[in-house]
Design a protein around this ligand. Structure first.
Ligand code: TPP
Ligand code: MG
Length: 344
């Protein structure tokens, strides 16, 4: 389901003649672009000493991420991971939630208590991220079980994990449980070739991570995560399979992390061969080339959209900078015990 962009820039004049798939592609591209621009701004603020803790970029993963966010519907459950800024935007998280959390605003969803990506809006289906790798899979499985017990039908739960996270016990136990219960769970694996500095050759011995699907008795799908069109098709298909009652879906995307693990890391260990190969393609550029080749928009329109993303980013950062920081003596923070935060 497409959500309206918080933007004034228009789609191209010919947009009315575009197919639904082409419109979704352009919408997805614009969320990717906004994610890229805001993350570049966060990196710059971090280097300027304005953000404490860490900044984790999704550069190279926006196509995969946005494909999940845009394929989900309003009542679905979404548990993003660290490289899911594009999916968060497409699912409906306001841009201010991002800048407020990174910059410690008291008005943000974490009220200034978190420095980066653990924010969420549980009442709106966005689960706050747990850092321990694999932990979001049983959390989403549990939320889906709760919905089943309440007789709520037709919704899916989705979460993401990296290649490194697939080695955890939580991944194994929860995928097994979800398969036995035939839960409508979509698990998207971003195989970006490294877990921090650990290459996949030191992470798993199977030929391909998607081969694990058959072992758990779930449906598996592979996709080139640098290709937005392919990602929209494969992830969208997996979401609909889960919604239609075909049980858990494992999507494994191949791509390359085009930044360090975080901005504190220069990623010097990433193999030059990988960077120069097909996995090292920048998904944003690949999407732009397709737009121009297919004449879905002009270069001038792309430039306008870029300007619009920059304007939205600058406005969000400027507003966040004007906001108060938390005052420990006044806080009544009680995390998930807060009734207003939990699902009704
Ligand atoms: C159980 C657990 N072990 C270690 C860590 C520390 N850690 C945080 S991110 C990370 C690397 C994750 O790699 P991957 O799953 O491939 O995701 P990516 O960062 O590549 O997106 C590690 C080791 C953790 N958060 N949880
Ligand atoms: Mg990884």
């Amino acid at each position: 389901m497409l959500r309206p962009m918080a933007s004034t820039a228009e789609f191209p004049r010919a947009h009315t003649e575009l197919s639904a798939t082409e419109k979704t592609f352009l919408q997805a591209y614009r969320w990717m672009l906004l994610a890229r621009v805001v993350e570049e701004k966060l990196a710059s603020l971090y280097r300027g000493g304005k953000i404490f803790g860490g900044v984790f970029l999704s550069k190279g993963q926006e196509a995969l991420s946005v494909s999940l966010g845009i394929s989900l519907r309003k009542r679905d459950i979404f548990a993003p991971l660290i490289r899911d800024q594009a999916a968060r935007l497409a699912f409906g998280e306001p841009l201010l939630d991002c800048t407020r959390t990174y910059m410690g605003s008291r008005l943000g969803p974490m009220r200034g208590r978190d420095g980066n990506v653990h924010r969420g809006r549980p009442a709106e289906g966005i689960l706050p991220m747990i850092s321990h790798l694999g932990a979001m899979i049983p959390t989403v499985a549990g939320a889906l079980m709760a919905r089943r017990f309440r007789g709520i039908q037709g919704t899916v739960g989705a979460t993401c994990i990296g290649d490194g996270g697939t080695s955890t016990g939580a991944f194994h136990e929860s995928l097994n449980l979800a398969a036995v219960e035939r839960l409508p769970l979509v698990l998207v694996v971003a195989n970006n070739q490294y877990a921090y500095s650990t290459p996949t050759t030191r992470q798993f011995a199977c030929r391909d991570l998607v081969d694990k699907a058959v072992g758990y008795g779930v449906e598996g799908h592979s996709v080139d995560g640098t290709d937005l069109l392919a990602s929209l098709q494969v992830v969208g298909h997996a979401v609909e399979r889960a919604r239609a009652g075909h049980g858990p879906q494992l999507v494994v995307a191949s791509l390359l992390r085009l930044a360090g693990h975080g901005e504190h890391d220069d990623g010097h260990y990433v193999s030059p061969g990988l960077k120069e190969g097909a996995l090292g393609r920048d998904c944003l550029k690949v999407a732009e080339e397709r737009i121009i080749d297919q004449a879905w928009a002009t270069r001038e329109e792309l430039a306008l959209w870029h300007e619009d993303a920059q304007r939205q980013t600058e406005e969000a950062v400027a507003q966040t900078l004007r906001e108060p920081l938390p005052d420990p003596s006044q806080e009544d923070w009680c995390s998930l015990a807060s009734r207003h935060l939990s699902e009704g």
